[in-house]
Design a protein around this ligand. Sequence first.
Ligand SMILES: Nc1nc2c(ncn2[C@@H]2O[C@H](COP(=O)(O)OP(=O)(O)OP(=O)(O)O)[C@@H](O)[C@H]2O)c(=O)[nH]1
Length: 410
Amino acid sequence: MGRYNMVWTSRICFRKYGNFVDNLRLYVRGGSGGMGLPRLGGQGGKGGSIWVTAKDGLTLKKIKDKYPHRRFVAGTGANSSVRTLKGENGEDVEILAPVGIVVTTDEGAVIGELNAEGEKVLVAKGGIGGAHYSGFLPSKGKARQIRLDLKLIADVGLVGFPNAGKSSLLSTLSHAKPQIANYPFTTLRPEIGKIMYDDYRQVSVADLPGLIEGAHMNKGMGHKFLKHVERTKQLMFVVDICGFQLSSKTPFRSAFETVQLLTKELELYKEELLSKPALLVVNKMDLPEAEMLLQELLDQLQNQDDYKSLLPEDLVPKSGLGFRHVVPISAATGLGVEELKACIRGSLDEQAAAQTEEERTRRVQELRGARPPDRPPPPPEAARVNLLFSDANARHPAHNCGSNAKLAHM
Ligand SMILES: Nc1nc2c(ncn2[C@@H]2O[C@H](COP(=O)(O)OP(=O)(O)OP(=O)(O)O)[C@@H](O)[C@H]2O)c(=O)[nH]1
């Protein structure tokens, strides 16, 4: 393996977990019916119902931000009166949600799925108005907690320009020919591979083909690709250590510039995507000069401000680059692949633990009758990046991806 015998798996920068919202719990209550009028046989109006309707371009985070209380109550039916014997029906409430979600009860029973714009699911029916048959007494609307879950296509999504080695990596990771997945809410058919762990846990990895520079403007597979990045728990950026050039007419990009461009594409499409935990995989470490180029890349990642002028200003991501781990590998020889598997697993486990803790805190607060906490606003970008860089290793000692050290010998 020549001079190259080290794997650098320490955190370059620590991304906060949980800013990206892939599920949401809501309280919904249909309206009560109105009273009937026994004297004249009048009927109360029906209570309004609550519907969840699919709309393109929405995210669960937008719903969360727009309705911090996450409570939806439909209108009450009007009472029957001498003037209006049939009381007016209460108003329905429509909750707009992204396409590609499953709506379930709190216990996990599926109420319905939204796979296309305009599809809707009834989540809380309004009560019936009082009438002769009910002794003129109305009934209450249905009240319950529901969950909106984004249908995930995989635990981890590969993000990289053509030729970075994504397909090769997926095959190496999953030891099998990855399956082409077909999802009802999409036209793109990602390849999905499964990593098997010794404790029988399986982690799914999706190769989402078609990302090129300008994807945010819908170039190439553009938005079709980027939409899928939303549907994974974590991102795995894959870059060729020797850089990337789409064609002889387009400029050559170094590995560092490639990372910047990939990040910029996500930022321009939906900045929220950058709050997903991400790993950076540096591929083709078997090639000559790879170790020297890796050191250069690490230096550039750690001193991003000094290298900002390499690309035109409008191509530099404004939020900086952040990765939980940087893992050099060779998909061709298998070098570093076991370390990568350990990193992926560790990162997903940490994310799951953080989400469970957040949900637990929320429920405790709910039981105490307190308003669920809104996430505190993130610190200003510049401050955050600096802080994360200067303190990352001190506050979060090098994650043990098979090694305790920043430089782990293979
Ligand atoms: N030397 C070397 N070559 C590699 C490695 N990984 C992949 N390659 C080669 O790089 C080329 C591209 O690999 P792919 O796996 O098809 O890359 P991709 O990112 O899936 O490319 P697209 O399908 O175009 O998106 C192929 O010729 C591979 O054989 C590696 O670790 N070392």
